[in-house]
Every structure is written in structure tokens, then in C-alpha cells.
Design a protein. Structure first.
Length: 186
């Protein structure tokens, strides 16, 4: 009899826990990503050669090392910190744009509007590929500019498509520069 009461008590306890557990929402996940990348604004390389404690932490999150380009590693590090699943374990910019996650591609019909926490890519003609990535912070519908947060860039808000700059910065980029956008926070 006492054994049955213990089982009943355990089951009731589990039901109560499940009823009062907090469930992460899409808005919570987007807020986590925004809070995390915003908290990294101003991180600067130690010597200007893709190095320094925080930069190397980003790089190590994808198995890369001091001296490697780190914009994609920064994206991975932020999403990983927020528990976003199924993200690429990669510091290679093109790997952030598999077709099932792409919501926007320059010139394509039926694009979705990019949103906060989406990952954008810049295409570099001389490299023949996406060679810089970062986060969309906002995509105002009444502006030709998007606000982005990027690692391994410069803080110049000229709209130029830079991919090596040594800092984590908030930028104002021309939407026409943004080639592709993927959505990992779903």
C-alpha cells in the first residue's frame, strides 16, 4: 500500500512540474540571440591578426584556431550559447545557407522579410562565394538599410562590404549588399 502511494505521489509531482515548467518560445530564443550578440559588441582582436581571448573562444567553438577568419565562428558561438539546435559546426561562411533555412536571396521572388537573429551573407565576386556573415538586427521596411551585428568587421558605417576588420560591430548596411539570409531560430 505504501509503495502505491509513493508511485501516486511521484506521478502527481511530475504532472505538477510539467504544468509549471517554463517553455521556451520563439520570442525568447530571438531575445537570447539579440542579447548575446549585443553583449559582444566592441570585442576587438588583440593584435589585429584574428586573435585575442574572446576571438579565440569564438574560433574554438567551431574547431578553428587563432589567425583564422572568425565572422562565421562568431555566429556559431552566439547561436550555440542560446541553445539553437541543428546549427552548422563550421567557421566557413557558405555553410550557413543550406536551402531549407534560406528565407531571403537577392533577386528571388517570394522572399520572407528578414528578422532579428537571422544570419545574413555577403557575396564576394572575387572569391565566388559568400565570404562574410553576421546577424540581422533589424530590417526596416521604410529604409534601404538594414542594421546588422557582425564579427571580424570594422566599425565604419559606410555600407562597404568589408570582411576583415578586427571587431564586433553594429553596422548599417545597404540591403542591396545582402546576398542571402537564413533563419536558424525557429
Amino acid at each position: 500500500m505504501a509503495k502505491n502511494k509513493n508511485y501516486v505521489g511521484a506521478i502527481l509531482g511530475l504532472i505538477i512540474c510539467l504544468c509549471f515548467s517554463t517553455t521556451r518560445t520563439l520570442a525568447d530564443d530571438i531575445e537570447c540571440v539579440k542579447r548575446t550578440y549585443t553583449g559582444e559588441l566592441g570585442v576587438v582582436e588583440a593584435t589585429g591578426h584574428n586573435d585575442g581571448p574572446r576571438v579565440e573562444e569564438y574560433l574554438h567553438s567551431v574547431g578553428r584556431y587563432k589567425g583564422d577568419a572568425w565572422c562565421a565562428a562568431f555566429v556559431h558561438w552566439v547561436l550555440q550559447k542560446c541553445g539553437v539546435s541543428n546549427i552548422p559546426y563550421s567557421g566557413y561562411s557558405p555553410s550557413w545557407f543550406p536551402s531549407k533555412y534560406v528565407v531571403y536571396k537577392r533577386g528571388r521572388a517570394n522572399n520572407k522579410t528578414p528578422q532579428t537573429a537571422d544570419v545574413f551573407g555577403l557575396y564576394f565576386q572575387n572569391m565566388g562565394r559568400v565570404a562574410h556573415v553576421g546577424f540581422i538586427d533589424s530590417w526596416p521596411t521604410d529604409s534601404k538599410y538594414a542594421i546588422t551585428v557582425e564579427g571580424n568587421t570594422s566599425d565604419a558605417n559606410t555600407g562597404n562590404a568589408t570582411r576583415e576588420g578586427g571587431k564586433t560591430c553594429l553596422k548599417r548596411r545597404l540591403k542591396s549588399q545582402i546576398y542571402i539570409v537564413s533563419r536558424w531560430v525557429r
